[in-house]
Design a protein around this ligand. Structure first.
Ligand code: CA
Ligand code: CA
Ligand code: CA
Ligand code: CA
Length: 306
């Protein structure tokens, strides 16, 4: 199994501050090579801030050159930045979903995950456990060993509830290990559990396979819920990817895609079903969660790599 080959690496120390300058596109942002891409963007994604020749290259082959990617704040090395199945060049909102490839060295600084783009997503981080990454396969993960004490190890995603008033779907790609436990809680800004916690019970069913679940987070009901927390109970836990998106009717198309297609995100039968089954975007990333074939709004488990 691929995950066995993962090795612990020292996170690449890219300043998290670098992207702050990118977010607002201030005209005063330094652009040393005058290629139109701020130095902060170039450094964050590993472009060359002293060579203007990279502005017109298209490393991920999505039809947008790096200069266009910089303007959209998309990832110049991912053809479908938000992993929704719509490639960046045809996606009306290419950063509509908060997609997190846990442990990806280019996006990880200490405990923090530095690149989550929808304006309602404030950040992501781990508490305990370790990042794993395999540079060759580009696969990465968050891992907590079975030897860790019970209740050690969490992954958190912070939401801006002054912007986000919808429910979210939470897609999660993890290794479903027997004799382990993994739970989802919602927390308020002070870190206190909202409601009773443990919204879905133990996500580990013991199939010993990579699994993707899609969980409906009741954020409309819990207006003070500001943190989505994935909590290890016990045993070994390996989590590859998370993705948060607005999909009120649960048809797999997020609100921005429905707007783009002219369908309604509140009526599942307003959509062209055949379209949902044939994602038009291609992704070069082997762990893409952009499952437009998804039909489940409640807990829905599918084996990713049988
Ligand atoms: Ca530049
Ligand atoms: Ca450059
Ligand atoms: Ca590109
Ligand atoms: Ca996309």
């Amino acid at each position: 199994m691929k995950h066995r080959a993962l090795v612990l690496v020292i996170p690449v120390l890219i300043s998290a501050l670098a992207l702050i300058g990118v977010a607002d596109h201030h005209p005063e942002d330094p652009d040393t090579d005058n290629d139109g891409m701020p130095d902060a963007y170039e450094l964050f994604f590993g472009l060359n801030p002293t060579n203007r020749a990279d502005a017109h290259l298209d490393f991920d082959g999505d039809g947008l050159n790096n200069l266009q990617e910089a303007a959209l704040l998309t990832d110049p090395f991912a053809s479908d930045t938000d992993r929704d199945g719509f490639a960046d060049d045809i996606d009306a909102n290419p950063i509509s979903r908060a997609y997190i490839q846990w442990g990806a060295p280019q996006f990880t600084t200490g405990d923090n995950y530095d690149y989550v783009r929808p304006e309602w997503c404030l950040g992501a981080y781990k508490t305990g456990g370790e990042w794993l990454a395999d540079i060759t396969t580009m696969q990465s993960a968050w891992h907590a060993a079975s030897t860790e004490p019970p209740n050690v190890g969490r992954l958190s995603i912070k939401l801006d509830r002054s912007i986000l008033t919808n429910n979210l779907l939470y897609a999660l790609h993890y290794l479903d290990i027997s004799n382990s436990s993994l739970y989802v809680d919602l927390l308020d800004t002070n870190g206190a559990v909202v409601g009773n916690g443990d919204l879905f019970g133990n996500l580990m069913t013991g199939s010993n396979r990579e699994t993707i679940v899609r969980l409906a987070l009741p954020l409309v009901e819990y207006t003070n819920a500001s943190i989505v927390q994935l909590r290890r109970g016990a045993g070994e836990v390996t989590v590859f990817e998370s993705q948060l998106y607005i999909d009120e009717d649960g048809d797999g198309l997020d609100a921005d895609q429905e707007r783009q297609l002219g369908t309604s995100d509140y009526r599942i039968n307003s959509d062209d079903v055949s379209f949902t089954c044939s994602p038009s975007g291609s992704s070069t990333n082997n762990l893409a969660l952009g499952g437009l074939t998804d039909t489940g709004y409640a807990v829905d488990s599918t084996n990713h790599n049988p």
